[in-house]
Design a protein. Sequence first.
Length: 195
Amino acid sequence: MVDPSLPPARSPAGFQRRDMQLLLLIVAAAWLALGSWLIFTYYVHPRQHRPQDVPIEKCTYHKVEAFVAPLGLRLDNGSVVQPGGIVLPAEKAAAERAAARLRELAPVGSDVYVEFDSGPPPEGMSPPPASIWLLPSGQTPSHPFPYEQAKLVGAVLVQEGLVRVDTDQLYFYRNEFILLQEDAERHHRGLWAGK
């Protein structure tokens, strides 16, 4: 006979089920925390990760004087630069779309802010790669540069799926560009349309 003063006996299966639910809740919370941290840490616009060690003489405003094929800009000081961290598609039509978008982003006469890489350009690469920033609409050149409102040309081209990330090039914004390229692939933009 069962003593009514004692609490009812717990079944071993109920105990295991509650423990399993608690364990799943802890694992889900851990994954949620990790995912939030990854998004917060890595999926931010590249402009927030400006290299702090770039000498000031390597960061200057310039006017665009001309477009130089395949994907370069001639600046008012006579130098030619191309967006760093990217590779132009081999297909001619796709390369022309990327070039047209660059001409649209940085038309002749527009002001750009150029950060040259601190190291030597990759072997055989001419013109040298650079971070080419577009001034916010309606703003004139000023110091300090307004990174929070500006757009990085290479990031725009990658995000729109017009170019690929050059994973062999040591480029400051490479990790951010890879995330933007994955986003373009996931949403079937540009080179990944119809895939």
